[in-house]
Write a protein that binds this ligand. Structure first.
Ligand code: SF4
Length: 63
């Protein structure tokens, strides 16, 4: 699964990291979510929930 964060849209709320800390990290320095391990998406199975709960729909998942 490819996990893409649209940095233009991301407001750095941290929800994705809360839901899926193995996949997403929001560094204080940038305030934008980064994908740290997209392989973990399938392993922990929380990426769909992160995408659904992103308030600005910045997370896109591609099979
Ligand atoms: S949930 Fe969405 S807006 Fe919030 S940090 Fe993650 S990608 Fe950015």
């Amino acid at each position: 699964m490819n996990v893409i964060v649209d940095e233009e849209k991301c407001i750095g709320c941290g929800t994705c990291e809360e839901i899926c800390p193995a996949v997403f990290h929001v560094p204080e320095s940038t305030g934008k979510s980064e994908v740290i391990d997209e392989e973990a998406c399938e392993f922990v199975g929380c990426c769909e929930a992160a995408a659904e709960n992103c308030p600005v729909e910045a997370i896109r998942l591609q099979e």
